[in-house]
Write a protein of this length. Sequence first.
Lengths: 115, 115
Amino acid sequence: MGVPLYQAKAELFKTLGHPARIRILELLSERDHAVHELLEQIEIEPSNLSQQLAVLRRTSMVVSRRRNGEVVYSISVPEVRDLLLAARTILSGLIAVQGELGDELTDAASPARTR
Amino acid sequence: MGVPLYQAKAELFKTLGHPARIRILELLSERDHAVHELLEQIEIEPSNLSQQLAVLRRTSMVVSRRRNGEVVYSISVPEVRDLLLAARTILSGLIAVQGELGDELTDAASPARTR
DNA sequence: ACACCATGTGAAGAATTCTTCAGGTTGTGT
DNA sequence: ACACAACCTGAAGAATTCTTCACATGGTGT
């Protein structure tokens, strides 16, 4: 077989591990956007945006087509939206857990200790 | 407010962007594991495993407690499982899309061109 | 053919993240 | 108290990833 599944997953997550790329995907999950439209929403240099779009294109997470004088991007796999939603859920879960950690007054289990 | 949401998401995904950490979470989503048990399943040096566990602990994605002579880890937010599942779905979606790309015989839209 | 706008690209230095090494710490049994 | 087992940690060099610069390219309208 090819690449082990867990490694493919890691690479997928790595692709998502950048603020600009998250914003791009969030915007694209609302509706298709031309590059200059993304540029207005995201604070980033044009060439940097191109680089990030290239990363997303290489993994086939987005596709581009030309419309009039502009290049329009869209999400290729709609389930990406679910992933972004799940992330938000987990994020609030994590905040909740981090709160609970402060409640441990007595338990002295050492490796769990925060420094 | 604190950190923008999209950046928190990016950091969450970054945490997941490592094969060893994916494996750890997959194993922990089946059942709790002691460190030495993880060590048998994952091909990695002990100290490296500790480092990766530390990364997961810092983000509160896992918690550890001591049981008998060993340290047992578990997932703190169960929804992490959903995230891993969603990733698998998307992965197969991506493979499908990548297949379709090969089917474009005539369409010469340039930026979509693969190199 | 030319000029212009919208994008894309290679390269290079800066910044992050990985991996491993050497040595610590904690808890348990004796 | 001592020794051992199971883990953890800081530090440092290697490897990746980011960001920006300087410059291409590709359409479009004239």
